[in-house]
Ligand binder design. Sequence first.
Ligand code: C2E
Ligand code: CA
Ligand code: CA
Ligand code: CA
Length: 278
Amino acid sequence: AKLEGRNRFRFFSSDIDSSIRHRHFLEQQMRSALEDGIFEVFYQPKVDSKSASIVGMEALVRWRDANGCLISPMDFIPLAEETGLIIPIGKFVLQKACHDTQELIKEGRQLVVSVNISTVQFLHESFLQMVNNTLLESGLRPEFLELEITEGVLAKDISHTQHILSSLRERGIRIAIDDFGTGYSNLAYLKRFPIDVLKIDKSFVHEMLFNKSDIAIIEAIINLAQALDLELVAEGVETQEQANSLRSLNCQILQGYLFSRPLPFIEFRDLLWETTTS
Ligand code: C2E
Ligand code: CA
Ligand code: CA
Ligand code: CA
């Protein structure tokens, strides 16, 4: 038993060792990716469910490794949060998103851009200043910027969060709650904080046509949004049936592979021109 214990210990210890080495390796890669400017920002359209026109887009960070393969943000955002690298990465994404959106506005496209803000980034001391500077540098008017935060932020430091959210609101920046319904369950925050948009999480949308509880949750979220006068976005819309159903439930804005995958800016801009009706 002793030997087994020792072996087991050794096994665990080398396991931890190699995962630390791997994380260290990834962290180094991330740092040089930042220095070399090889992070990218893709855009996925948000579509009006009635008119089918593009009303906005979500900015999503992309990292292409040395072989040209895209690494999913789900694989590096958590490590970026732990190491603090999310601060420069998040700043880069916001700068690029504001800059690109301002380009579109100059071309006569009035679109709102949504940028994901991680909790670590939101709570960082320089956050407000960074957002203000980025708007000034890009020339983008604040009403064209929407920040997507998750319910987790709202459960952290309530008075600090309230201060940040009110400052953003005073500037005219919009606030969306991402992955709504999957996190913090105390809904009282919806009246306490200045929030503009709820995003129905894609996990509910996926099975909504087959799963009674998912459709019930979606209906509840839609009722809540209507009662509180919040805008609604459903994400992860992949089929025409899902889109039809969400439209008939009065969900105004849809986002998902049915309309488009996230695209590099150039391709997103082409898509905008192709889908123009006027
Ligand atoms: P999220 O904010 O919930 O973003 C939606 C994710 O769903 C994106 O994955 C998007 O590509 C994907 N998606 C869009 N339409 C569909 C669909 O119809 N079906 C399915 N199955 N998926 C769809 P992505 O780009 O891989 O990002 C994953 C997560 O990584 C994001 O989830 C967000 O939490 C985080 N993330 C991405 N970009 C950033 C960023 O710039 N900053 C921060 N802090 N987090 C980011
Ligand atoms: Ca999001
Ligand atoms: Ca989401
Ligand atoms: Ca998410």
